[in-house]
Design a protein around this ligand. Structure first.
Ligand SMILES: Cc1cc2nc3c(=O)[nH]c(=O)nc-3n(C[C@H](O)[C@H](O)[C@H](O)COP(=O)(O)O)c2cc1C
Length: 300
């Protein structure tokens, strides 16, 4: 199996997780420029807005970046046409199956990496002909499944022949080495990138992440299925379905209302204590992971 870095033309096997309303060109281009994979979150964007995000990213970096499609959105067909027309080469998908768009994406020579929460969906995606899967454990921020990263990654890695990218709860080199040990070929981090300088979120949101501890998050569940992880606040105490709306995320990310907005965050927030550049975060995680992997050899 090719290394993920070779497959995608990136320097480090580190994806910046898509974050609706947040993963815009300032963050995406900084991550890609630093050698990771920046990912534009298309959720909530019109076709025209997505085109602008892609063009602004390209102005700032010549390196590979991806677009994330939230498949439950109504305008996916339009977004797919836009990203193909703009020459995007890597797509990640969430919240559904990319099946209706696979032929189009493959004809355009686009690499497809769905985010999956279970072995069953990983196998389904393999049958569809995707290029890899991003297996996301429930430690993650945002929409989550039921299985932890520790248990999901080895089971998915065993079940499919595809490269597996581990997501959920990874924020440093120790986490990255752990993911490799479990069978992953790369990692995707979301919450950790909320703490970087280039992340376009309201200062209150970023401060809330930096001040969070290991038990600061909670999960809100919908009666009909679906769950979301964010920092405990007034909104999550009321346990309302309002937390699932993009408007609630916008209130926190744009307006800085960290009580009535949803402050999506993973459990790793407790470890993030300072603001760094995306480059410093990526290089630090990689260097630490290399050191940890060498140190582990001494344990035996
Ligand atoms: C604020 C926020 C918004 C997110 N929005 C999306 C999204 O639009 N699409 C998606 O596929 N994943 C989304 N995610 C999940 C991330 O891409 C990533 O998989 C996850 O954050 C990894 O776990 P971590 O938070 O523990 O690093 C979001 C996560 C956060 C924290």
């Amino acid at each position: 199996m090719k290394k993920i870095t070779e497959l995608l033309g990136i320097q480090y096997p580190i994806f910046q997780g898509a974050m609706a309303h947040i993963a815009r060109y300032p963050l995406v281009s900084a991550v890609s420029e630093a050698g990771g994979l920046g990912i534009i979150a298309a959720g909530g964007l019109s076709g025209e807005e997505l085109r602008e995000q892609i063009r602004e990213t390209k102005k700032r970096t010549k390196k590979p970046f991806a677009v994330n499609l939230m498949l439950q959105m109504e305008n996916i067909a339009e977004q797919v046409d836009v990203l193909i027309a703009e020459g995007v080469k890597i797509v990640t998908t969430g919240a559904g199956t990319p099946k209706p768009y696979m032929d189009k994406l493959k004809q355009a020579n686009i690499k497809v990496f769905p985010v999956i929460p279970s072995v069953k969906l990983a196998k389904k995606m393999e049958q569809l002909g995707v290029d890899g899967v991003i297996a996301e454990g429930m430690e993650a921020g945002g929409h989550i499944g039921e299985t932890t990263t520790m248990t999901l990654i080895p089971q998915v890695a065993q079940a499919v022949e595809l490269p597996v990218i581990a997501a959920g709860g990874i924020g440093d080199g120790r986490g990255m080495s752990a993911a490799f040990a479990l069978g992953a070929k790369g990692v995707q981090m979301g919450t950790a990138f909320l703490s970087v300088e280039e992340c376009p979120i309201h200062e209150n949101y970023q401060q809330a992440i930096l001040q969070a501890d290991d038990t600061a998050t909670t999960v809100i569940r919908k009666a009909k299925g679906g769950a979301i992880r964010g920092l405990k606040n007034q909104l999550t105490e009321e346990d309302t379905s309002e937390a699932f709306s993009l408007a609630a995320l916008q209130r926190a990310a744009d307006d800085g209302d960290t009580q009535q907005g949803i402050v999506m965050s993973g459990q790793i927030a407790g470890m993030l204590k300072e603001v760094k550049t995306a480059k410093a975060l990526i290089e630090g995680v990689w260097a630490e992971s290399e050191a940890v992997s060498k140190r582990l050899a001494d344990y035996y």
